[in-house]
Design a protein around this ligand. Structure first.
Ligand code: G3P
Length: 222
């Protein structure tokens, strides 16, 4: 099986804030080294720079604005993310939905500074629309399963299958992730067998007593 990309979204969980983001990054780096899997982390903005300095794993933002550098008080630009050491950003996460025009602007802003866009979607129609914008990744996540502890891989493999087909029809080059309730090596294997390149996840790792044990399980069936 090809090696998956596992992207850990720390969201705004207290368990993933401040120094705890470093502990998760360190665990992810160890497991990436042991397994050969690519493991990335998407911390809060203020941790992007420290994590990118201290660890070798790819660091992503959880959101980016499509604004150009200039007079846009409070905006987070793609250029600022690149300067902070990020390799890409989530766009349109279920907890940070955007208009289609905003998604297009964010993907274009990331592309301009050579950062990877991971556009999150909720069904095969939005996956096809997102894939047409030419991001590096689309990430299909049924909102009702997010944070539920019920894995999309097991509860709704059909939505993954349909989204992979829909994305491939409009953009054969886009890589596809899936997420919501991902928690084990079996979830990752099912997602990969259905044609994805990996998974986007949060609570199973971030809220675990021992994140390294969950990470080792996630890569256990490679
Ligand atoms: O961004 C990943 C996310 O929305 C899935 O969350 O907690 O179900 O893994 P979780």
């Amino acid at each position: 099986m090809p090696k998956p990309f596992i992207l850990i979204n720390l969201k705004t969980y207290s368990e993933g804030a401040g120094q705890r983001s470093h502990a998760i990054a360190e665990a992810a780096e160890i497991v990436a080294h042991e397994s050969g899997a690519a493991i990335g982390i998407a911390p809060a903005y203020m941790n992007i720079h420290p994590l990118s300095v201290h660890y070798s794993l790819p660091v992503y933002a959880q959101h980016v604005d499509g604004s150009a550098p200039g007079a846009h008080t409070g905006a987070v630009t793609a250029e600022a993310l690149r300067m902070a050491g990020a390799q890409g950003s989530l766009v349109n996460h279920s907890e940070r939905r955007l208009t289609l025009a905003d998604i297009e602007a964010s993907v274009a802003a990331l592309r301009d500074v050579r950062l990877a866009a991971v556009v999150c979607t909720n069904n095969e129609q939005t996956t096809a629309a997102a894939a047409a914008l030419g991001p590096a990744y689309v990430a299909i996540e049924p909102p009702e399963l997010i944070g539920s502890g019920v894995s999309v891989s097991k509860a709704n493999p059909d939505i993954i299958r349909r989204s992979v087909d829909a994305a491939r029809k409009v953009n054969p080059d886009v890589q596809i992730l899936t997420g919501a309730g991902i928690q084990s090596g079996e979830c990752v294997k099912i997602a990969m067998d259905l044609g994805t390149s990996g998974v986007l996840l949060a609570s199973s790792v971030v809220k675990a007593k021992a994140p390294i044990a969950v990470l080792r399980d996630l890569v256990s069936l490679l």
